[in-house]
Design a protein around this ligand. Structure first.
Ligand SMILES: NC(=O)c1ccc[n+]([C@@H]2O[C@H](COP(=O)([O-])OP(=O)(O)OC[C@H]3O[C@@H](n4cnc5c(N)ncnc54)[C@H](O)[C@@H]3O)[C@@H](O)[C@H]2O)c1
Length: 273
């Protein structure tokens, strides 16, 4: 029987009393933080983590959207809190993690998912403020979060799991997207380095690299590009945020206990070409 099959999990949720249902949950009693969880992939991850028994801190910048994700989780019987944080600000990242520990007592799982893209431009014309904005949020933000997450995880010990959201563009190049591509290549390097430092500390750290997924982030691309994105992928469709969340759940859970320092493509065949 496949306990991870979404239909099976739904039936368990609908039919079993809480104490029996918990036996099948992958993140029972875990405390999880998801950044960029007010929309898209992060929202799906937060909802899936909560459905699997984790108490979840939903982080983002937009209070209204964050509270609406928390409401969805609570209505489904889960536990969640919204905490606002701007990823390019190291103090806010530090406070986010400190506040998480204040509320829930520890931190077992973190998904550093927040990220953004700025409008396309060739390197020769790339606005420096756009470069700084992307690197600050996508790379510095992951570093700040990792740094303070590791501090608290090292204090209470593992098993802990950190998942950094990269991209297929963390492995390849693409015209016009230099800042995003540099930031995601940076995330992959940072993931490897932090994973090696903590391989014997009970803290696993991995990166996940989706190809194009149907979320609000794609709105920054020109309409003509957006129209053909799905059909240009080997599976001839865009990924769905829920599909990415399933891989992140596996990496967050003890099912992936021998996995660290890795980059996991989830790209409908994008990198196989
Ligand atoms: N959608 C895709 O095609 C795709 C592909 C590969 C990787 N990704 C990555 O997945 C992650 C999630 O993106 P998404 O597709 O769900 O898009 P999204 O726009 O729906 O989500 C991005 C989230 O990050 C938050 N965020 C952005 N900048 C921030 C900042 N400076 N401080 C705090 N929060 C900030 C946004 O508010 C939002 O909640 C990103 O890291 C993105 O690079 C997305």
């Amino acid at each position: 029987m496949d306990f991870n099959n979404p239909l099976f999990r739904f039936l368990i949720h609908q039919t079993l009393p809480t104490y029996k249902r918990n036996l099948f949950m992958l993140l029972q009693n875990k405390i999880a933080l998801v950044t960029g969880a007010t929309s898209g992939i992060g929202e799906s991850i937060a909802i899936l983590f909560a459905a699997q028994g984790a108490k979840v801190v939903v982080s983002g910048r937009n209070h209204e959207k964050g509270n609406s994700v928390v409401k969805k989780i609570k209505e489904a019987g889960g536990t969640a809190t919204f905490l606002a944080a701007e990823m390019s600000d190291s103090l806010q990242c530090k406070q986010l993690i400190e506040e998480t520990v204040k509320i829930y007592g520890r931190l077992d799982i973190a998904c550093n998912n927040a990220g953004l893209v700025e409008p396309l431009a060739p390197v020769a014309d790339y606005p420096e403020e756009n470069w700084e904005k992307v690197i600050s949020a996508n790379l510095n933000g992951v570093f700040y979060c990792l740094k303070y997450q590791l501090k608290v995880m090292l204090q209470h010990g593992g098993p802990c799991s950190i998942i950094n959201m990269s991209s297929v563009l963390g492995q390849t190049g693409e015209k016009g997207l230099s800042s995003y591509i540099a930031s995601k290549h940076g995330v992959n390097g940072l993931t490897k380095s932090a994973a090696l430092e903590n391989a014997t500390n009970g803290i696993r750290i991995n990166a996940v690299g989706p190809a194009y997924v149907e979320t609000p982030i794609l709105a920054v691309l020109p309409e003509e590009t957006r129209k053909v994105l799905g059909s240009a992928q080997p599976m001839e469709r865009l990924g769905q945020p829920e599909e990415i969340a399933e891989l992140v759940l596996w990496l967050a859970s003890d099912k992936s206990s021998f996995v660290t320092g890795s980059y996991y493509a989830i790209d409908g065949g994008y990198l196989a070409r």
